[in-house]
Every structure is written in structure tokens, then in C-alpha cells.
Design a protein around this ligand. Structure first.
Ligand code: TZP
Ligand code: MG
Length: 221
């Protein structure tokens, strides 16, 4: 009987195609190097790619990752399903409030899939926990103001992130300008991880950047 390892989102790379392109980095290579440095989960985010290009990039990332590291797809349940149909590893999806509803995503992906949901506002956090279809974790943010997501509101700050995570019945990661300096407070505050785009994707050395995050997480008393 195979056992599914517990989900570890402590160093959660959100590999963004736009950011990688802007800095001239090869996204599957960034993901593989980040994992070598200690990233525990990878989400692929590609807001400007059509279905075909998104699927090919996702397939390349899936092949680049060890089977122990879950790959989640941002927004696109169809891309996640296509990877699975091709026999490639894809653990699930990360959805926003205006993406496909969680119950539809769960019906399509099945009980074993990981489904994450962006839920920053108190009513969204309550609704995620009350969802009849299981949500595995929520993403709260932005912690700090960030240029990576131009339509995001201003950063809500560490005290508010911690307060909202405490109020959440579901495991929570923080996102938005997260760096290694934030990891101790996030862990001590009960979050299950920090999700980062530019901290890893825009660093010349994604492996070292991921290692700094992992070390900061592990060193938290
Ligand atoms: N959702 C809220 S903030 C954000 C997303 C996808 C962007 C995070 O990027 P960065 O570069 O880590 O601030
Ligand atoms: Mg989305």
C-alpha cells in the first residue's frame, strides 16, 4: 500500500512565467534549482500563456521536478487534467476567488488532488473552511506590497496576516513580497509556509535563494 507524504508548503515556489521571462531565466530550470535548495512545493503561474503553451511549460516543469515535490497549477484546471491525462505528475491546482469554483475543480480532479485557494478577506477565509468540497490550504496576502501582481491591494502587514491565519480553520501560507526575513514570524505565527515569486525567480541563484528561505524556516524555534 502506498502512503501519500504529508503536504509540505513551507518553502512554496510560485514559479511565474512572466517574471522568469523578464529576468531571462528558464522556468523549469529555476524550479529544479529551487527544489535543490529546499523548495518543498511548486506552483506554476503563467497569466499570459494560452492553453497550449501553458501545457507545454507545465509538462516541462513536471518532468524537471522530483516526484516527492508537488506541482500545482495556477488557475487552470484544464492544464492540470491534461498533465494527468499524459501520465505526468500534477498534484492539483491553486485557485483564485474568480477562478473555477472549488466544488467544480474538486469534481473534475478527484479526492486525491490538492486544491489551494487565495482567501485574504475574513469572509473568504470562513467560506473556504465551510466549503462542502475540500480546500487543502489557503493563501493569505499580500503580506507586503508587491509589483509582481499589479492588481493586488497594498500589503496588509504581518500582524494582519497572523491574525487572519489564526482565524482560519485551514492551513495557511502567506504570499506577497515574502523573503527569508519573514519566515520566522510566519512559522511562529502558525502558518504552514511562505509562498514566493520574485524572491526565488528574480534571484541570480534560485538554489541559494530557496536555501535561505528553508534555513530561515527550519531555524525558527
Ligand atoms: N498573490 C498575491 S501577491 C502575489 C500573488 C500571486 C505575488 C507574489 O509575488 P512576490 O514576487 O513574491 O511578491
Ligand atoms: Mg487565479
Amino acid at each position: 500500500m502506498s502512503t501519500v507524504p504529508p503536504l509540505d508548503l513551507s518553502v512554496y515556489l510560485v514559479a511565474d512565467a512572466g517574471v522568469c521571462e523578464a529576468v531571462g531565466a528558464d522556468l523549469p530550470d529555476v524550479a529544479a534549482r529551487a527544489v535543490a535548495g529546499g523548495a518543498t512545493a511548486v506552483q506554476l503561474r503563467a497569466k499570459d500563456l494560452g492553453g497550449g503553451a501553458f501545457t507545454e511549460l507545465a509538462a516541462a516543469v513536471s518532468r524537471a521536478l522530483p516526484s516527492s515535490v508537488p506541482l500545482l497549477i495556477n488557475d487552470r484546471v484544464d492544464v492540470a487534467l491534461t498533465l494527468r491525462a499524459r501520465g505526468l505528475a500534477c498534484a492539483g491546482v491553486h485557485l483564485g476567488q474568480s477562478d473555477l469554483p472549488v466544488d467544480d475543480a474538486r469534481a473534475l480532479l478527484g479526492a486525491d488532488a490538492i486544491i489551494g485557494l487565495s482567501a485574504a478577506l475574513p469572509e473568504q477565509i470562513r467560506a473556504a473552511a465551510d466549503s462542502p468540497a475540500r480546500v487543502d490550504y489557503i493563501g493569505i496576502g499580500p503580506l507586503h506590497s508587491t509589483a509582481t501582481k499589479p492588481d493586488a491591494p497594498a500589503g496588509i502587514g504581518m500582524p494582519t496576516v497572523l491574525e487572519r491565519a489564526r482565524a482560519s480553520a485551514l492551513p495557511a501560507v502567506a504570499i506577497g513580497g515574502v523573503t527569508a526575513a519573514d519566515m520566522p514570524a510566519l512559522r511562529a505565527g502558525g502558518l504552514v509556509g511562505g509562498a514566493v515569486v520574485s524572491c526565488i525567480c528574480a534571484d541570480d541563484d534560485p538554489e541559494a535563494a530557496a536555501r535561505r528561505l528553508a534555513d530561515a524556516w527550519k531555524e525558527t524555534p
